[in-house]
Ligand binder design. Structure first.
Ligand code: MRU
Length: 335
C-alpha cells in the first residue's frame, strides 16, 4: 500500500489548552483524535490505552505535566496521577522526573515536553541503525506487540529497526504476532507495516514455534517496557515465551529500546512491577487472569540495542555504560 510514516505530531502533541493523541483504541478501522483537557484526562488516556507503548506514555505524561502547569493545576498531584496510570513501563516515571527537574514555568515545561518527544524519535532513528546492522540479507524477522512509531511517538524501536533494514534491502518479511488479548500486533503493527509497504503476515501467537521449527524465522526483535540493571527485560505478555522459543531454535533475540527504558535502580526482573489488567479483556464469560507483561531473563537476550549502540552480556556492565552520559568531547557511541 505504501503511505508515509506518521509524523510525531500526528501521534501526540501539546496545544495551548489541550493534549491531543491519535486514539490507538480505534485503529486500524478509524483514525480519530482524542483531546485531553487536564492531566487527569491524560492519565485516563494512558490507563485505557488510547495512548500506549513505553516511550510514548513517557511523552504523554510529559505533555500532561506541561498542560497541568498551563492550567494552574497542583504539579505534585498532577505528577502522582500521571505516574500512577500504568506501573510497568519505567518511561512514565522517567519522563515526569525529567519534567520536575527543570524550570517550572509553563513556557519552559511546554518546551521541555516537546524536547522529550523529539529526543525519543531521534533515539529511535539511531537505535534502528545499530539494530539493522545485526540483520543479514534475506532476513525474515518476527516481532511481538507494537514497537512502532505508535509506541514511541514516531518511527519506532524494534519496528523502526525493521523499517531501516527494509530500506537497506536486507529484510524480506515480518511475522507479526497478533498479541492477545488486545491485538497490538494485528491492529497496530500490521497497520504500520502496511503503510510502510513492508511485506508481512499476522500470525496467531501460538504459531511462532512451528514457524521457527520450519526454519521460516531468522531473527526475533521486540521492544521493552523496562530493562533492569542485570538485563532482565519486561515487555508485552508473550515476549518471554518467544525468547525461550528463539533460544531453543538457535535464533538471535534482540531487545531494541531507548536508554529511557533502562532502569538501573531495579537490580533484576524480580523488582519490576507487572501490570494486571481487567480480566474482561481476556474473556467476559469466565473468570480470567490478565497479566499484561512478562519478564525475559537476561540470559535469553542476545543483545539490547539502544541509541548508544549494541550492548551484550555481562549486561550489568554494558547497560551501565549505555546510560552513562558521555563526557564532553567523548564520542556519543559508547558500546
Ligand atoms: O500495553 P502496551 O500496548 O502499552 O504494551 C506495549 C509494549 O509492550 C511494547 O512492546 C513496549 O512498550 C515497547 S514499545 C517501543
Amino acid at each position: 500500500m505504501g503511505r508515509r510514516d506518521l509524523e510525531p505530531h500526528e501521534i501526540a502533541r501539546l496545544e495551548d489548552d489541550r493534549v491531543v493523541f491519535l486514539d490507538q483504541r480505534l485503529l486500524p478501522d478509524e483514525e480519530a483524535e482524542l483531546e485531553c483537557r487536564s492531566s487527569a484526562d491524560v492519565a485516563e488516556a494512558i490507563r485505557t490505552l488510547a495512548v500506549r507503548g513505553a516511550p510514548l506514555i513517557g511523552v504523554a505524561a510529559a505533555y500532561g505535566y506541561a498542560l497541568a502547569a498551563a492550567r494552574g493545576e497542583d504539579p505534585v498531584r498532577a505528577a502522582e496521577t500521571l505516574v500512577a496510570a500504568r506501573p510497568t513501563a519505567v518511561n512514565l516515571a522517567w519522563a515526569v522526573e525529567e519534567m520536575e527537574r527543570g524550570d517550572q514555568s509553563p513556557e519552559a515545561l511546554a518546551e521541555q515536553a516537546r524536547a522529550i518527544h523529539a529526543d525519543e524519535v531521534e533515539r529511535c532513528r539511531q537505535m534502528a541503525e545499530h539494530a539493522a546492522d545485526l540483520l543479514s540479507p534475506g532476513a525474515r524477522a518476527l516481532t511481538h506487540c507494537n514497537a512502532g512509531g505508535l509506541a514511541t511517538g514516531g518511527y519506532g524501536s524494534a519496528l523502526g529497526a525493521l523499517k531501516t533494514a527494509f530500506a537497506r534491502g536486507i529484510l524480506d518479511y515480518v511475522f507479526v504476532d497478533e498479541t492477545r488479548p488486545l491485538l497490538q500486533g494485528s491492529r497496530l503493527t500490521a497497520w504500520e507495516l502496511e503503510r510502510a509497504g513492508i511485506p508481512h503476515g499476522v500470525i496467531a501467537d501460538s504459531a511462532a514455534a512451528a514457524l521457527m521449527a520450519r526454519g521460516e524465522v531468522t531473527h526475533v526483535l521486540t521492544g521493552a517496557d523496562r530493562i533492569a540493571a542485570n538485563g532482565d527485560t519486561a515487555n508485552k505478555i508473550g515476549t518471554y515465551a518467544l525468547a525461550v522459543l528463539a533460544s531453543h531454535h538457535g535464533l538471535p533475540f534482540y531487545v531494541v529500546a531507548p536508554t529511557s527504558t533502562i532502569d538501573l535502580a531495579t537490580p533484576s526482573g524480580a523488582g519490576i512491577p507487572i501490570e494486571e489488567r481487567d480480566a474482561g479483556e481476556v474473556t467476559e464469560r469466565f473468570a480470567a487472569r490478565n497479566p499484561a507483561f512478562d519478564v525475559t531473563p537476561a540470559e535469553l537476550i542476545t543483545a539490547v540495542v539502544t541509541e548508544r549502540g549494541v550492548h551484550r552480556a555481562p549486561f550489568e556492565e554494558s547497560l551501565h555504560e549505555a546510560v552513562r552520559k558521555p563526557a564532553r568531547g567523548e564520542a556519543e557511541r559508547v558500546a
